[in-house]
Structures are given as C-alpha cells and as structure tokens.
Design a protein around this ligand. Sequence first.
Ligand code: SF4
Length: 385
Amino acid sequence: MRTAAASGLYIHVPFCLRKCPYCDFYSVTDLESAPAFGAALEDEMRMRKDESGWGGHAFGSLYLGGGTPTALGSRLIEEILDAARRHFFVLPDAEITIEANPATITAEELSGLRASGVNRINIGVQSFDDCALSFLGRMHTAADAMDAIRLARRAGFNSIGIDLIYGLPGADESRWAKEMETAVAFAPEHISCYMLTLEPGTPMENDRRAGRFQLPDDDMAGRLFLAASRGLSDRGYEHYEISNFAIHPGYRSVHNSGYWDNRPYLGLGPAAHSYCDPVRTANIRSVSGYIDAIGAGMLPVETSETLDAAQQMMEAVYLGLRRAQGISFAAFESRFGVDFVSVFEDVSDKFAAQGRMVVDEKSCRLTPEGMLFHESIAAALIDRI
Ligand code: SF4
C-alpha cells in the first residue's frame, strides 16, 4: 500500500496480438515496429523532460496500458521502465502497474516484470465463462485467466487487479453473481467492473446494428450494476468509483485516482493524453506517425487545448461525481473561488430527494442508485455553470 503523490506517468503500448471486436482503444496487431516504438518512446521521454517541464514533476504512479503491454515481453518492459526512471523522478514507492492479457502471461515473464519493479498487475480477465469470452473475441479461456491470476500471485504480486465486463447479451443477475463469486475467490486486491458499451465503428457495434444480437435493456443493466455494487461491498470491497472496487483504501488505483482528482499526468506513446492544469494534449494516434514525428525531432502531439475556468469546473463536477467520496465543497471553493452550494443547491437537493445523491455540510456524492444516472446527473449540474 502506498500514498498518492502529485503526478502520474502513463505509457501507452499500442500493440495487441489480436483486436477484440468491442475495443475502441488504439492498438495495432503488427508487432514488427515494437523495437522502433521502444526507441521512440525513450526519445519522447528525453524531449518531454527537456522541452515540456515534466522533468520537474515527482511521479507517484507509472501505468503501462494499452493495447497489451505484456505483448512486448518483460525485457523490453524493463528497458522502458529503466528509461522512465532515468529521465523522470519516479518516486521510490511509486505504484507501477501493468495491464496484462491472460493470453500473454507466463511464470517467467511475470518474474521478469516483478524484477523490473512492476508492483501491481491488472489482469484483463473480462469473464470466467468461455462462451462470454468467445463472444468478446478474447484470445484466452476462463482457465487461462484463472492460471494467470495464480501465476501472478506466485510471482510475488501482492496487488492484483481483475477487470470484468458485464452486460453481455442474455445477461442475468445469477450469472453475473457467479462471475463475481469466482473473482472474489481469488481474493484480488482490486476489481473493475465495466458495462459492455459499444462505440460506433467497432465490429461488435456493427453487428448489433445489423440485429445480430441485443444488449440488455436499461432495467437489466441497472440491476447488474447494483448487483455488483452490493455484492462486492458485502464481500468487503469498497465501491470507491463507479467502476472500481478495492479491498482496502490503500489498494485503490493511485494512478487512476489521479485522473479523478485532477492531478497532472504525462502520457507517452501513440494516442496517449497528457494534462497539466490547464492544458490537455493528445499524441498522434498512429504508431508510424508517432515514430516519424519523434524521428524528425518533433513532439508527437496531435491536439492541444487550454481549458478555461468553466471547462475545468465542468470536469471537476463530472469526475468528482464518479468517486464515492464525491465533491468536497471546501476543495471546490479553494480551486475555483466558487461556493458549490449556492450554485448547485436546487439541483443537488432534487437528486437528494430522489435518493440518488447525499448532500451534507462538507460534500455531495452519488449513492449507488445515483451512480446509475451519473451522466444525466452530472449534465444537470453542469448546466448551471
Ligand atoms: S486486448 Fe485489450 S486493448 Fe487489445 S484489442 Fe483487446 S480489449 Fe482492446
């Protein structure tokens, strides 16, 4: 367990062995350019440190996401981590997380990752049901996922996260309860539960539009969400953010908490985003474009926007309501010079009366029932800005 620190470092590894039909994250399946990507990444670190002031930040978390970082192999990961430590001040007790696909995990690789300083692993289990995994187009079976969790524990990981996806066609509460039961039996320190949502243009969304399957209706989706909230809370997990549960506050994701808490983060690699109040940038969403830009001595930044005070306030409301602790009135006033209650009171009172929000002297936060309506509640508050 460790404490949160100022900034987060995110490294986007844009490679996957195969593309899952529901996935909208940027990744390619041709790993040939992986060594060139590794070299470009180190060049980006050098440029960011010298040109963008990130050399002065202390990083309390480093997150290798993707894509499938474990597809690179532990040796290249070790080189990337060594480079990050050389170019940036990564705190000695930083949370260092890797996202892992069960199809790419071996005992040897896991030992290599531990030896290179990775201290948290987030395993993309998605489901313990082979039919569901096949529908999702995953490369692994339920048995592979279970083996991956066991191997990670044996390799010495004492902070293991499991990702689950719910809300597949034909989903019901009893099947979902079984999935959670299986997950809890492995005693992971962290569980993320994501509702299957389909972005336009993904093959699975095209299939849905063509009528090949139907997703559960809103009523069932709501029941599944509340089943996760209640079921995992009953088993001792803290529901600390809409999609996230930790066995203890010390096992909340330090890195992701930084996003919800408005801490600065530097994103390296293709399609990675960075934020340092008030500027947000996005890197080029192409491996070759990224490598070419760096080769030409340019920062691989595709878009950059400076958020004005109103936009920052909107983000603070939107992100603050994702967390179970909600929005602290004192923190809001100290950041924006605005009294939260006087601006939002009538809206927040309305949701409180519906049992979707709790408002006390210090904060306002969503109840689990309110989290179901996070988007519309946040939109109603944001309307007041
Ligand atoms: S492995 Fe993960 S990042 Fe890669 S395509 Fe599948 S869901 Fe997307």
